[in-house]
Design a protein around this ligand. Structure first.
Ligand code: ZN
Length: 92
């Protein structure tokens, strides 16, 4: 039938739902005074979860470059016991 339009592939079912993504932007790019240093635990704390895991980039909003540096700093800080590896290691 002429009036029957073919649905394009993938159009069936739920529409491609946009995941809630608010581009926060990299906080280190935004604030140049913030530096990534393994000794600056206060800054790094934001990038670890309460279980001590490093927060992934899609959540932290860091750019790739800074995320890598944060990652490195956290690992360094862990190594000298400034940050915990897991939640069972209490700092206080
Ligand atoms: Zn950045």
């Amino acid at each position: 039938m002429a009036f029957q339009k073919r649905a394009p592939a993938g159009a069936k079912g739920a529409p491609a739902r946009r995941r809630f993504t608010r581009r926060k932007g990299c906080r280190f790019c935004g604030d140049k005074s913030m530096k990534i240093d393994y000794k600056e635990v206060r800054n790094l704390r934001y990038f670890i979860s309460e279980r001590g895991k490093i927060v992934p980039r899609r959540i932290s909003g860091c750019c790739a470059d800074h995320q890598r540096k944060v990652c490195e700093a956290i690992k360094r800080a862990r190594n000298i016991a400034l940050l915990p590896f897991t939640s069972s290691h209490s700092l206080d």
